[in-house]
Design a protein around this ligand. Structure first.
Ligand SMILES: [Zn+2]
Length: 1172
C-alpha cells in the first residue's frame, strides 16, 4: 500500500488494484474503466505537475515497479495513456531546474529509456517536449559521471529511433560527444561505454549522420577501437563492448560511403583476422556471426565476368530486327513474373500483402469474357480429334496406316522418326568415327561442327553427333577394357582439345562400321531402361532445332536413366556452412596467393583452350546452359549460367558436363548468378549427378549428390545492367568417385525435348493398337520450328456397333499440359508417368481409357527446354502469363492450345478436367492450385454476400482423392484462390473462359516431402512418375460408374458433395519453410547479442550504486530507493548547480535550439564547457 500525502493525490489502493486497470484493458469492462480516470492516469498527471521531490520519486517508483513486473503490454498501455509525454515533461521540468535533482532525473531517464524504447513516436514526442537537446546537454555535463552518462545515453539511443531526432542530435555534435566516451580498452565503466557505443550506433541509422561519420574519419576510429578491444580483452569480459562496436560498423556500412570507407580502412582484413581468432573460442560465437555478415556486406560489388548480361543465345523474332533482341525486362515487370504458379521470387513481391492480389470483382470471377478470336478459326482444330472421325475399320491392325487422312502432320512426325537410324545422322557418325581414331580429334571435330551449325539458327537435319556415345563406341572398337575405355573417353570428351579440322575430312567411309560399334556398345553395356531406346533418342534429336545448332548429345539423355535402387534422404545441413563459405569467399579478396581466377570454359568462345590441369566443362547440348566457368582455386570453380535466350535474366536451372577430375578430391562449385531469393538447396535438396563410368558399369542413374550445400546472397552484380543489384550463390561440393570420369550435373533430372519425342515413339510402339487408340499429332510449330506434339489416348471401341461408337464419341475429355516453364523438368517426369500409365495394360488404365478421351500436350515450351532456358520462351515471355490473349505468331503453342480448348467448347466437349503440370522450387510435396469463387471471396475478406452464391464443390474431389492415394501429395498445400496476378495463367483462363470447373495447376517439388511415407526423402524420377500415375487414378473418382470399380476394389468411393468448405485456405504465397538457420540475405542488421537488451542494462544501472562504477566518489553512495531519495546533500547540490546547467537554459532557449535542426551549422548547446 502506498500513500502519497504530500500533495493533492492520495492513493490508498494496492499495486494489484493498479494492475487491474491494465488487465481490464483486455476484458469487456474496458469501456467502463475508461470512462473514469484510472489510477495510472492519476499517477501520470501527478508526475507532470511538478510536485515535491518525494512524491515525484514515489510516483516514479510505483511506475517502475508496475512496468518491471508486467509485460510489454503494460508499457504499451501506459504509452497509450500519454506515459511518454508525462515522463518527457517531467524530465524537462527537472532538467531545466536551477538545481537539478539527479535522483529524480536518473529515475526519470531510466523509465524513459524503458518506455521510449517501445514507443515508436518517442523521437517526435521528445522533440516536441524540448527534451532532446536537454538530454544531450545533460550528457555533456556528466561525462565524468558514469551512471548519469549511461542513463542519458540510453535515452539518446531511444530518441534516435526517429530520423529527424537522430539528425538533430548529429547536428548538435552529439556524435562527437558520444564517440569521445568510447575509450580504448579498459576494465572500468563498461556499461557506460556500452551505452555510448549503442547510442552511437543508433545515431548511425540516418544517412546524414553516416555521412559525417565517414567524412570525419570515425570508421577508422571504430576499426582501431575494435582491434584494440579484441586484442586486449583476452579474458573475454568485454564481449558486449566488442559486439556493440560491430553493431556500429554494421550501421555505418549500410550506406555505400560507409562500405567504401570500411574497405579502404582495411576493415575487411581486420575483421577476417579477428574472426579467425574468435573462431578458436566457442564463447565468441556471438562475435563471429556479426563479423561474417559484416564482411559479406562489405565485399566490393563485383560485376559478373561477362561482356554482356544478354544471353549467349539470341534468336531473331518475327517482326523484330534480329540485332535488337528484346532486352532486359524492366525492373517493375519483374514483380509480374513469379515462378509458374509459384509466388514471386522477388523480395518486393514477397512482402506483398497477398490478400490485395485476390480477385474480388464478382463479375470478373463469374462472367465469361468473349472469345479472343472469331469462331471461324475454330474448325481447324477438328483434326486434333481423330477419335471422332476414325472409323475403326481395322481394329486388329495398327491404325497408323489409316491415319493418312487424319493428319499430314502426323505422318511428318513419323517421317522424322523413321529417318531414325539412317541417312544424315549416320553419315555424321561415320565421319566422327573416322576422326576419333585419334582420340584427341573427335572433340575438335564436334566443335568444328558446332561452329558450322551456328551459322544458321536452325541446323538442317543431320547435324548431330552423339558426343559421348560416339566417343565410347569408337573406343570400344579398339580397347574393350572398360577402365581404359572410360579414361580415353573422358580424354576425348574434353571440349578444349582442338587440334585439327577433321570435320572436313572425306566422308565416304565406314558407315556400317560405325553402326556396328553403336550396336556393340549397346549390346555390351546397354542398360535395359523401360521406355527408352538410345537409337530412337538419337534419331529424334537429329531433328531438334536449337539456337546454337547443337550437334552433340549429352550422354545421360542418350543412354537413359533409371532411378537408383534406394531412397535418397534429404541432406542434413552442416552447421554454420554458410559462414564457412562466406569466409572462403572473403579470402579471395585478401589472399591472392592461392587464387587462380582463370576462365576454363566459355560458351561463347569456341576457340577456347582449357588448361590441362583444370576440370573441363561443356554444355553445348540440349538443355545445357553453362555459360562460363572460372577456376577460382585449385579445386573450386565459379559457374555462370546462361540467361534465357534473347534476355538477360532467369538463371536458375543448370545442366552441364564436367570431366578431367581426380577421384576422391572434393571440388567446390559455385553457381554465382542465381536469381531467386531463397532455395530448397537450403532445406535438404541436392543437385543431381550422372556418371558415364557408372552408367557403363550398369548403374545409369541420376543420383542426388553434393555436400556443403548452401544458397545465399553474394557480392556479384550484373556486368552491365545496374537495375538489378543482387545475385545468389548456390554452392556445393562434389567428390567424384572415379578418376577421369565424364559426369553431368544438373539442377534437377533433365528431360529433353528429344526425350519426349522418342518417348512418345516408344510408347506408340509398345501398346496394343487393338485396345488403345493412341495418336500423336502436331499442335503447331514453335518459333524455332520444332513441332509441338499433342497426343490423344483413349480406348478403342469394343466393336463398331453404334452403341460402342456412340459411347466413344461421348466420352468426356481430360486435357493435360506441361513444361510451359522449361526449368521445371520435374513436370516432364510427372507427365512421363502419366503417359506410361495411360498407355499401359493396367486395369485401371483400361477403365480410364474407356471412360475418357485424354488430350495431352506434354511440352508447351519446346524451344525453351531445348535451349536450356529456365523460365521463358524465345519471345522472352513467361508463356504461362500469355493465356488471356496469346499472340498467334509469338506464342503459337499457347495460342493453339487455347484455340483447341475453344474448339472443344464449341462442339460441346468442354473438358471435365484441365491440369497444367509445373514444378515448385520453394516448397516441398506435390499439390494443386484450383479456382473457387467462394474461397477467393472468403479469403479476401470480401463483403460480397456468398450465401446465395452457388458453387459446385467438385473442384475439391481430385485433390481430396490424391491426398489419400498419392504419397507425395499434400492437400494442405493446395488452394483454390483466384489471384489478379495470375489472371493470365492457364489454370485461371481455362476455368474462367472455358468454364472448366476442375482447372488446376499441379506443382511438384524439386526437393522432397515433409509428410507421408516419403517424409524426409528427396523426390526421384520414380516418385515423380508415380505422381503422374496417381493423378490418373484420382480421375477415376470422377467417373459415374463407380460401382464396378468398387467391386474391383480399385479405389474407394469419393463423395462428390461431402466437401464441407472450410474457410481455411492455405496461403500459397508463403514459403513452407521456417526461416533459414543462417540468413540468406546479408542486407540484414547486426545479429543481436542475447541477454543484453536495453531493459536489463537499465535495470542494472538502477540497482547499482555509483561507487561501484565510478571512481570519483560522487554523490549517491547508498543503495535503496529510500536512501537514494534523500542522499543528495545540500552542499553537493550547490556544487552541482555551478557545474551543471551553467547557462540555466530556459524552456524558451531549448525550443529555439530545437528549431535549428534544419540548419547544418546549428550552434552547439554545449556552451563550450564540455565539448573539448
Ligand atoms: Zn511453372
Amino acid at each position: 500500500m502506498f500513500a502519497y500525502g504530500h500533495n493533492n493525490f492520495t492513493w490508498n489502493g494496492t499495486l494489484r488494484e493498479l494492475e487491474g486497470n491494465w488487465n481490464e484493458k483486455r476484458g469487456p469492462q474496458m469501456t467502463a474503466s475508461l470512462s473514469s480516470s484510472s489510477g495510472l492516469e492519476v499517477l501520470l498527471s501527478t508526475l507532470q505537475n511538478e510536485g515535491d521531490v518525494e512524491s515525484t520519486l514515489n510516483v516514479l517508483s510505483v511506475l517502475d515497479e508496475l512496468l518491471s513486473a508486467g509485460t510489454d503490454r503494460r508499457i504499451h498501455y501506459m504509452i497509450s495513456k500519454g506515459g511518454s509525454e508525462a515522463l518527457l515533461t517531467a524530465l524537462v521540468n527537472s532538467g531545466r531546474s536551477f538545481c537539478p535533482n539527479y535522483t529524480v532525473l536518473l529515475q526519470l531517464l531510466h523509465l524513459l529509456a524503458k518506455v521510449g524504447h517501445r514507443d515508436r513516436r518517442i523521437g517526435m514526442k521528445a522533440e516536441e517536449a524540448g527534451a532532446v537537446l536537454l538530454t544531450l546537454n545533460l550528457l555533456k555535463h556528466n561525462v565524468k559521471h558514469a551512471k548519469r552518462a549511461a542513463a542519458c545515453l540510453w535515452v539518446i539511443q531511444v530518441f534516435s529511433s526517429s530520423v529527424s531526432t537522430a539528425n538533430l542530435i548529429g547536428q548538435n555534435h552529439g556524435l562527437d560527444v558520444i564517440f569521445r566516451l568510447i575509450p580504448q580498452y579498459t576494465t572500468k565503466h563498461l556499461h557506460t561505454i556500452k551505452a555510448a557505443i549503442n547510442a552511437f550506433a543508433a545515431l548511425l541509422s540516418t544517412k546524414a549522420n553516416v555521412g559525417s561519420v565517414v567524412s570525419e574519419g570515425y570508421i577508422s576510429g571504430l576499426l582501431r577501437l575494435y582491434e584494440d578491444w579484441h586484442s586486449h580483452d583476452t579474458q573475454h569480459a568485454a564481449v558486449a563492448i566488442r559486439h556493440a562496436l560491430l553493431r556500429c560498423l554494421h550501421k555505418v556500412t549500410n550506406r555505400t560511403a560507409g562500405r567504401q570507407s570500411f574497405i579502404s580502412q582495411g576493415g575487411l582484413s581486420l575483421l577476417y583476422r579477428t574472426t579467425q581468432e574468435c573462431l578458436l573460442n566457442k564463447g565468441l560465437e556471438c562475435l563471429v556471426e556479426p563479423s561474417v555478415q559484416l564482411m559479406r556486406k562489405c565485399l566490393p560489388k563485383t560485376p559478373l565476368p561477362l561482356i554482356s548480361d544478354q544471353s549467349a543465345y539470341t534468336f531473331p523474332l518475327p517482326g523484330r530486327p534480329p540485332a535488337v533482341p528484346d532486352v532486359d525486362v524492366a525492373p517493375d515487370e519483374s514483380s509480374e513474373e513469379s515462378d509458374g504458379e509459384e509466388t514471386d521470387e522477388n523480395q518486393e513481391a514477397e512482402s506483398r500483402d497477398f490478400d490485395d492480389d485476390l480477385e474480388t470483382d464478382l463479375n470478373k470471377l463469374r462472367l465469361r469474357p468473349d472469345p479472343d478470336r472469331p469462331k471461324e478459326l475454330l474448325p481447324q482444330y477438328g483434326r486434333l480429334c481423330p477419335e471422332l472421325s476414325h472409323d475403326f475399320k481395322d481394329l486388329d491392325l495398327s491404325s497408323e496406316p489409316e491415319e493418312s487422312s487424319a493428319s499430314s502432320s502426323s505422318s511428318d512426325e513419323d517421317a522424322v522418326l523413321l529417318n531414325s537410324l539412317s541417312p544424315h545422322s549416320s553419315r555424321r557418325d561415320k565421319r566422327r568415327s573416322n576422326s576419333s581414331s585419334d582420340s584427341s580429334t573427335s572433340s575438335s571435330g564436334s566443335h568444328c561442327e558446332m561452329e558450322r551449325s551456328t551459322e544458321g539458327h536452325a541446323p538442317d537435319s543431320g547435324q548431330l553427333e552423339a558426343r559421348d556415345f560416339h566417343s565410347y563406341s569408337s573406343i570400344l572398337s579398339t580397347s574393350p577394357g572398360s577402365r581404359t575405355m572410360v579414361r580415353e573417353a573422358s580424354g576425348e570428351a574434353s571440349p578444349g582439345l582442338r587440334e585439327d579440322e577433321q570435320c572436313d575430312e572425306e566422308e565416304g567411309a565406314e558407315e556400317s562400321h560405325h553402326r556396328t560399334m553403336i550396336d556393340r556398345l549397346l549390346e555390351r553395356h546397354g542398360a535395359c531402361i523401360p521406355h527408352h531406346e538410345p537409337k530412337l533418342y538419337c534419331a529424334a534429336a537429329t531433328k531438334t532445332k536449337s539456337i546454337p545448332g547443337f550437334s552433340i548429345l549429352a550422354f545421360p539423355d542418350f543412354w537413359g536413366h533409371l532411378p537408383p535402387p534406394g531412397p535418397e534422404s534429404m541432406a542434413p545441413r552442416k552447421p554454420n556452412i554458410q559462414r564457412q563459405k562466406v569466409i572462403e569467399d572473403v579470402q579471395r579478396f585478401l589472399n591472392t596467393d592461392e587464387i587462380i581466377n582463370q576462365v576454363v570454359f566459355d560458351l561463347e568462345d569456341s576457340s577456347f583452350q582449357c588448361p590441362s590441369e583444370s576440370l573441363r566443362f561443356f554444355s553445348n547440348f540440349e538443355c545445357g546452359n553453362l555459360r562460363k566457368a572460372v577456376q577460382v582455386r585449385r579445386c573450386e570453380y565459379d559457374l555462370i549460367l546462361n540467361a534465357d535466350a534473347n534476355c538477360s535474366q532467369h538463371a536458375q536451372w543448370f545442366y552441364f558436363e564436367v570431366s578431367n577430375m581426380v577421384a576422391d578430391v572434393p571440388y567446390r562449385f559455385n553457381v554465382i548468378n542465381c536469381e531467386k531469393s531463397n532455395s530448397q538447396f537450403n532445406y535438404g535438396m541436392q543437385p543431381v549427378l550422372y556418371s558415364v563410368r557408372e552408367a557403363l558399369e550398369g548403374r545409369p542413374h541420376w543420383v542426388r549428390t553434393g555436400t556443403e550445400i548452401c544458397y545465399f546472397r553474394n557480392h556479384f552484380c550484373p556486368a552491365q545492367d545496374r537495375r538489378r543489384e543482387t545475385f545468389y550463390t548456390l554452392t556445393f561440393t562434389i567428390t567424384f568417385k572415379h578418376n577421369e570420369d565424364v559426369c553431368y550435373l544438373a539442377y534437377h533430372y533433365p528431360y529433353t525435348y528429344s526425350a519426349l519425342k522418342s518417348h512418345l515413339k516408344v510408347l506408340e510402339k509398345s501398346l496394343d493398337p487393338a485396345k488403345v487408340f493412341f495418336r500423336q499429332q502436331i499442335l503447331c510449330s514453335t518459333l524455332a520450328g520444332n513441332p509441338c506434339p499433342v497426343v490423344t489416348i483413349t480406348a478403342c471401341p469394343a466393336s463398331r456397333a453404334w452403341k460402342d461408337m456412340h459411347q466413344l464419341r461421348n466420352r468426356p475429355c481430360i486435357v493435360l499440359t506441361g513444361r510451359v516453364h522449361p526449368g521445371e523438368s520435374n513436370a516432364s517426369w510427372v507427365m512421363k508417368g502419366t503417359l506410361e500409365f495411360l498407355c499401359s495394360s493396367d486395369l485401371m488404365a483400361q477403365s480410364l481409357r474407356e471412360a475418357f478421351v485424354f488430350k495431352i500436350i506434354p511440352m508447351l515450351n519446346p524451344d525453351g527446354v531445348i535451349n536450356g532456358m529456365n523460365r521463358c520462351d524465345l519471345n522472352t515471355e513467361d508463356l504461362n502469363r500469355q493465356w488471356c490473349k496469346p499472340d498467334p505468331v509469338l506464342s503459337p503453342t499457347i495460342y493453339h492450345t487455347k484455340g483447341f480448348l475453344y474448339f472443344l467448347n464449341s462442339i460441346g466437349r468442354t473438358p471435365l478436367v484441365f491440369c497444367d503440370f509445373h514444378g515448385h522450387s520453394r516448397k516441398k510435396n506435390v499439390f494443386l492450385y484450383g479456382c473457387s469463387v467462394k474461397e477467393t471471396l472468403w479469403q479476401s475478406g470480401s463483403t460480397v454476400d456468398t450465401v446465395g452464391l452457388k458453387e459446385d464443390p467438385g473442384y475439391r474431389t481430385i485433390p481430396k482423392t490424391l491426398d489419400r492415394i498419392a504419397p507425395a501429395f499434400s492437400f494442405n498445400s493446395c488452394n483454390y484462390l483466384v489471384e489478379k496476378s495470375r489472371s493470365a495463367t492457364a489454370r485461371v483462363v481455362v476455368w474462367r473462359e472455358m468454364g472448366v470447373l476442375r482447372s488446376y495447376t499441379m506443382e511438384s517439388t524439386y526437393n522432397g516431402c515433409d509428410q507421408g511415407i516419403y517424409k524426409g526423402l528427396q523426390t526421384g524420377t520414380r516418385e515423380l512418375q508415380e505422381m503422374g500415375l496417381k493423378f490418373c487414378h484420382s480421375l477415376l473418382s470422377l467417373t459415374k460408374d463407380m460401382r464396378a470399380l468398387h467391386n474391383r476394389r480399385l479405389i474407394n468411393h469419393v463423395d462428390l458433395d461431402h466437401s464441407v468448405l472450410d474457410h481455411k485456405s492455405h496461403n500459397c504465397f508463403e514459403d513452407d519453410e521456417p526461416p533459414c538457420v543462417e540468413e540468406v540475405e546479408y542486407s540484414i542488421d547486426c545479429p543481436t547479442l542475447k541477454g543484453t537488451d536495453l531493459d536489463s542494462d537499465v535495470n542494472r544501472n538502477m540497482a547499482r550504486a555509483d561507487d561501484e562504477e565510478d571512481g570519483d566518489g560522487d554523490d549517491e553512495g547508498h543503495r535503496g530507493a529510500k536512501q537514494r531519495r534523500s542522499s543528495i546533500g545540500q552542499s553537493q547540490q550547490s556544487s552541482m548547480r555551478s557545474r551543471l546547467f551553467p547557462h540555466l537554459m530556459s524552456q524558451a532557449s531549448i525550443e529555439t535550439l530545437s528549431e535549428k535542426r534544419n540548419s547544418c551549422n546549428a550552434a552547439s548547446i554545449a556552451n563550450g564547457q564540455m565539448t573539448s
